[in-house]
Ligand binder design. Structure first.
Ligand code: ZN
Length: 251
């Protein structure tokens, strides 16, 4: 993933969910010339779908996936598969998303492969729906992509799965702020950077990661943002109150 402009690191973002304040705070941490990869769910839940999609589009990301919420807003998966708050927010978003942004989203997919790196919104095995949370999910997912590395989103929790040999796997673990994991000769990884716009690991701060392909390292990061502004916008929009409350709970 050493890319078009010769820079050596990539900002990995996922699950922005229409939270403009969180996205802007993460982008303020972006290094000069750093590439951007977005793992999907740009919209759903949050009050600024148009602003978020436009901002991501204008970043000219190296890759941008679609998540289950993006697909729901585009009418590509049924809303019956969502809980009531998520379905309400998806309907609200679908009624507001501008045609040019909808068209731009439609050009993307829930999975993509870059040189040396696989990307899937949810999991390599099931890119739209599987929540990768438990160690037993590692082996069958490592079988579902080739190459050393896969990035996933969807759970909103920063985690790493590691394969350390043909039939050898380390237990899945959470990635704390500032923690770095590293690829090795015998190490494959499935890494989740956590969620920009709706973290669910008990920490309300926006989560993202930085991938350094030369060093083979991924570092997890957090940043504060104007969460009360986002919460007020959610209430003003008439979206479900819980979608505002959960942002400060980090759940
Ligand atoms: Zn999501």
């Amino acid at each position: 993933m050493i890319g078009r402009h010769g820079q050596i690191t990539t900002l990995i973002i996922s699950d922005i969910h229409g939270n403009l304040e969180a996205l802007e705070a993460v982008l303020a941490c972006r290094g000069p010339e750093q590439e951007v990869v977005c793992l999907g769910d740009l919209v759903g839940y949050g009050p600024n779908p148009n602003e978020v999609v436009r901002l991501v589009r204008d970043l000219d990301p190296t890759a941008c996936l679609l998540g289950n919420h993006d697909l729901a807003v585009l009418g590509a998966v049924p809303l019956e598969l969502f809980n009531s708050d998520a379905a309400r927010a998806a309907r609200w978003t679908a009624g507001r998303l501008k045609p040019d942004l909808r068209d731009w989203l439609r050009e993307h997919a829930p999975t993509q492969t870059l040189p040396g790196t696989h990307l899937a919104h949810a999991s390599p095995k099931d890119p739209i729906w599987e929540y990768m949370e438990e160690s037993w999910q590692g082996p069958e997912n490592f079988e579902s992509f080739s190459g050393p590395l896969c990035f996933v989103g969807h759970t909103h929790v920063p985690r790493v799965f590691e394969q350390t040999g043909t039939n050898s796997y380390t237990p899945v673990r959470l990635l704390g702020e500032g923690e770095t994991v590293q690829l090795g000769d015998n190490v494959r990884m499935i890494v989740n950077p956590g969620s920009v716009g709706q973290p669910r690991d008990g920490d309300w701060r926006a989560a993202y990661g930085v991938w350094n392909p030369e060093a083979g390292t991924f570092t997890a990061h957090r940043t504060e943002y104007a969460v009360e502004t986002t919460q007020q916008k959610i209430l003003d929009a008439g979206l479900p109150r819980f979608l505002a409350q959960r942002l400060t709970l980090g759940r």
